[in-house]
Design a protein around this ligand. Structure first.
Ligand SMILES: Cc1cc2nc3c(=O)[nH]c(=O)nc-3n(C[C@H](O)[C@H](O)[C@H](O)COP(=O)(O)O)c2cc1C
Length: 324
């Protein structure tokens, strides 16, 4: 059986469904010596904000049972440095690059996307994506993942992602600014993810990704203070996987656009849960800290499983849900 692992996200064809999650893989090039990045379905970069951000005070990471809590606070070199230093590196890569964008106001998000559109130029599909080889014509940006779900910043972040009206308005204004793939990343820190997913679709998103981290706190009983300097942080890792799978299951039944699933994927079996729940693609995050090659191993496992099931395309996996 010949397997076609490609996945379509709006105008973009990913060479396979397994990407690396924002904030857990730097801007990609950092991992070049460790693996063949061209085998990843996509690199979702660390967030880019208008101004450089130092992030929150340390300590900003603490281990938890089956996961970790972080309060990095979107530390990043900012738009200008990203364009000057990171974009040229990203142009060299032969995998699709989705730039994660964050901001504290609607205008911030728009300025980042507009500036990246100008810096990257008109989009042409990266020839490495979709199965071919080489990077001719790569612009360094194949799409945007709009982070309206960061729990670790005082302004913006989560505040946007919990209000359907704001999500729709923001998505619509960004949609008008780009023809590249536009993905809105949702938070699980809401009573119901469905209205937010629908709002992103109504605003013109090509896909949604879910989930970002869950708000959590660890208290050091010795010092009687929170283990993280900021107090709360975002919980990631296997502990949140059932929440993510449930969000994907609900959201994918509510919208017609692809859903990209993430949260606690450590291996192929975990990713298959998301694909069975209705995801079209997945991202591997915290697992990369344990094993930098976790995403590639996940992909190999998915393909082996598909072979065993006699499936030809990624889209066939979801059709098996509920069947044995
Ligand atoms: C250290 C760290 C930094 C992160 N930074 C970002 C970020 O900049 N933008 C974003 O959208 N998500 C960020 N995330 C969230 C992840 O992309 C992902 O949604 C979350 O960790 C759940 O997936 P996982 O359990 O596989 O890690 C970050 C997560 C971690 C652990």
């Amino acid at each position: 059986m010949n397997i076609d692992p490609r996945v379509r996200i709006g105008p973009l064809v990913l060479s396979n469904p397994v990407g690396v999650a924002s904030g857990t893989f730097g801007y990609g090039a950092e991992y070049e010596g460790l693996m063949d990045l061209g085998r990843l379905g996509a690199i979702y970069t660390k967030a880019v904000t208008l101004e450089a951000r130092a992030g929150n005070d340390a300590p900003r990471i603490v281990e938890t049972p089956a996961g970790m809590l972080n309060s990095i606070g979107l530390a990043n070199p900012g738009l200008e440095a990203f364009v000057a230093r990171k974009l040229p590196e990203l142009r060299r890569l032969s995998t699709s690059v989705i730039v994660n964008v964050a901001g504290s106001s609607e205008a911030d998000y728009l300025r980042v996307v507009e500036a990246l559109e100008e810096a990257a130029g008109p989009w042409s599909p990266r020839s490495g994506a979709g199965g071919a080889t080489g990077q001719e014509g790569a612009t360094g940006v194949d799409g945007y993942e709009i982070n309206v779900s960061c729990p670790n910043v005082a302004h913006g972040g989560l505040a946007f992602g919990t209000d359907p009206a704001q999500v729709e308005r923001l998505t619509r204004s960004l949609r008008a600014a780009t023809r590249r793939a536009l993905i809105v990343k949702l938070t699980p820190n809401v009573a119901d993810i469905v209205p937010i997913a629908k709002a992103a679709e109504a605003g013109g998103a090509d896909a949604i990704s879910c989930i970002n981290t869950l708000v959590g706190m660890v208290i050091d009983t010795r010092t009687k203070r929170p283990a993280l300097a900021r107090g709360t942080g975002g919980l990631s890792g296997p502990a949140i996987r059932p929440v993510g799978v449930a969000c994907v299951w609900k959201a994918s039944r509510a919208v017609g656009i692809p859903v990209i699933g993430l949260g606690g994927i450590m291996c192929a079996d975990d990713a298959l849960q998301y694909l069975l729940a209705g995801a079209s693609a997945v991202q591997v995050g915290t697992a990369t800290f344990v094993d930098p090659r976790a995403a590639l191993k996940t992909l190999e496992g998915i393909l082996a499983w598909m072979e065993g099931e006699g499936l030809a395309g990624i889209g066939d996996i979801g059709a098996l849900f509920g069947r044995s």
